[in-house]
Design a protein around this ligand. Structure first.
Ligand SMILES: NC(=O)c1ccc[n+]([C@@H]2O[C@H](COP(=O)([O-])OP(=O)(O)OC[C@H]3O[C@@H](n4cnc5c(N)ncnc54)[C@H](OP(=O)(O)O)[C@@H]3O)[C@@H](O)[C@H]2O)c1
Length: 384
C-alpha cells in the first residue's frame, strides 16, 4: 500500500531517463475500481500534459518516458492518452514507456478528430467519427502504442454527423477483431450514452468533472450509475487551478504554447483567477485539517462521490504525479464533504469552464443548470 498523504514511499525514485521499472522489486498497484467490466486502479494518469500546446511546452521524450515509468512505479496502472494529444506524440511516449510492462497496465486512447494537416480541431467542424476514419485511426494508434489492443477506446467527442449507433457498431467490430477491449464515450450526454449502450455496453464515460465543474451531476452520473458504466473525470484538478499553484492568467501565458491562452478559457482571465480563489481556500482549509494539499482534496472529493469514479490527473512533473497519487490515502469525513459542498454552493464559480467554440463540441449540459439533450439537441431524451 502507499504510505503518507503528501508523497508515495514505494516509488522506485530517481532513475535515469527512460529507465525501465524496478522489476526485481515490483510496486504493488493502487486499490482498484471498476469501469463497467474493466478493472483499473482507482486513480489513473493523464498523459496529455507531457506534450506541448495544452498547458505549456510539455517535456522531452526522455522525460515523458521517465515520468510514465514512475507512474507505474507509484502503483498507477491506468494511463489515458489520445490520438489528438501532440497530435500523436502522447501515444508514442505511452507506447515506448509501457512496452516493458504492457500487460500490467490498462491503456485508454481516443479517436474522433480530423487530424489531416491544417484541419480545425475546435468546435464540431473538426470532428470525424466516420467508420473508415475510426478504423484507420485505431490501426495507427496501435502502432504508436506498440501494442495489439487498446484496452479502452473512447470516442473523443460526439460527432453530430454520425449516428452514435454506427460508432458503437464500428467499435463492436474492432472488439471482435481483438483490437479494442472496451468502449468509452467522452464529453457525452445522457441521451447519447443511452443510445450507444443499447448497441454496445459502454464501459466508461470520460467527461470534465471537478470541484468547480459540476455538469455531470445534472444527469450523466445518474445514467452511469443506472447502467453500470464507470465515470472518468477529466481535468479533475481544474486544469491545475484547484491545486492553488496554477495562478498565471491567460494575459501572461504564451498563446503559442498554452491552450488556455490561445482559446481564451474564461476561468483563466486575471479577473476569474482572483474571483475563484475562495474555492481553492476552501480546499486548502479542509486539506490543512487532514495534512493534505488542495489538489489532493479535489481528487479525494471525486473519489468520495461515487465508487465508479476514477480520476485521471495529468502532469508533466514527477513530484506533482506523486502528490496526486498519494491522494488515494486521503479519506474525507462527512463534515469535510458537507463543508466542501455548502461552500461551493455559497461561493459559485466565475466564468464558464470552456470558451463557446469548445462548448459547442460538448454533447452535454455544458452550461451549469441546463439539461443534456444529447447529440447536440438532435436526440430527445426519453420521457420520464
Ligand atoms: N476527454 C477529454 O476531452 C479530455 C480533455 C482534457 C483532458 N483529458 C485527460 O484528462 C487528463 C487530466 O486533465 P487535465 O490535464 O486537463 O487537467 P488536470 O489534471 O485537472 O490538471 C493538469 C494541470 O495541473 C497541473 N498539476 C497537476 N498536478 C499538480 C500538482 N500536484 N501541483 C500543481 N500543479 C499540478 C499540471 O501542471 P504540471 O505539468 O506543471 O504539473 C497541469 O497544468 C489529461 O491528461 C488527459 O489525459 C481528457
Amino acid at each position: 500500500m502507499l504510505a503518507g498523504i503528501t508523497g508515495c514511499s514505494n516509488s522506485a525514485g530517481g532513475g535515469k531517463a527512460g529507465a525501465a521499472p524496478n522489476q526485481s522489486n515490483p510496486t504493488p498497484s493502487l486499490p482498484t475500481r471498476n469501469l463497467g467490466p474493466l478493472q483499473v486502479t482507482a486513480l489513473g494518469f493523464g498523459a496529455m500534459n507531457v506534450v506541448p500546446g495544452y498547458y505549456g511546452p510539455g517535456v522531452s521524450r526522455a522525460d515523458a518516458i521517465t515520468l510514465i515509468r514512475q507512474v507505474f512505479d507509484s502503483g498507477v496502472r491506468f494511463i489515458d492518452t489520445a490520438q489528438v494529444y501532440g497530435p500523436f506524440l502522447s501515444e508514442e511516449y505511452v507506447g515506448e514507456a509501457t512496452a516493458p510492462f504492457r500487460n500490467e497496465v490498462v491503456i485508454a486512447s481516443k479517436f474522433g478528430f480530423n487530424l489531416t494537416p491544417g484541419a480545425d480541431v475546435t468546435g464540431t467542424g473538426g470532428l470525424d467519427s466516420r467508420r473508415e476514419t475510426m478504423i484507420s485511426s485505431v490501426d495507427a494508434s496501435l502502432k504508436r502504442l506498440r501494442t495489439d489492443r487498446i484496452d479502452l477506446l473512447y470516442q473523443h467527442r460526439v460527432d453530430p454527423k454520425v449516428p452514435i449507433e454506427d460508432v458503437a457498431g464500428t467499435v463492436q467490430d474492432l472488439i471482435k477483431q481483438g483490437k479494442v477491449g472496451h468502449f468509452g464515450l467522452s464529453q457525452a450526454g445522457e441521451a447519447t450514452i443511452r443510445r450507444a449502450h443499447k448497441v454496445l455496453p459502454v464501459a466508461a464515460v470520460q467527461n470534465e468533472y471537478s470541484y468547480w465543474t459540476r455538469d455531470p451531476e445534472i444527469e450523466v452520473l445518474a445514467v452511469c450509475e443506472e447502467l453500470g458504466i464507470g465515470f472518468v473525470p477529466w481535468s479533475p484538478l481544474g486544469m491545475g487551478y484547484l491545486t492553488g499553484k496554477s495562478t498565471t492568467p491567460i494575459e501572461e501565458l504564451d498563446p503559442k504554447k498554452d491552450l488556455r491562452a490561445s482559446a481564451k478559457f474564461p476561468r483563466w482571465t486575471k479577473e476569474a483567477i482572483a474571483a475563484n480563489r475562495p474555492l481553492v481556500d476552501v480546499l486548502a482549509r479542509v486539506g490543512e485539517r487532514r495534512g493534505a494539499t488542495p489538489g489532493q482534496v479535489s481528487l479525494a472529493w471525486l473519489l468520495h462521490k461515487k465508487p465508479f469514479i476514477v480520476p485521471i490527473p495529468g502532469t508533466s512533473k514527477i513530484d506533482h504525479m506523486k502528490e496526486n497519487t498519494a491522494a488515494i490515502n486521503l479519506k474525507l469525513t462527512d463534515s469535510d464533504i458537507q463543508e466542501l459542498e455548502s461552500e461551493f454552493k455559497r461561493l459559485g464559480v466565475t466564468g464558464k469552464n470552456a470558451p463557446p467554440d469548445f462548448l459547442t463540441s460538448h454533447d452535454i449540459g455544458s452550461y451549469i443548470g441546463s439539461n443534456s439533450r444529447g447529440t447536440h439537441g438532435n436526440s430527445p431524451l426519453p420521457s420520464r
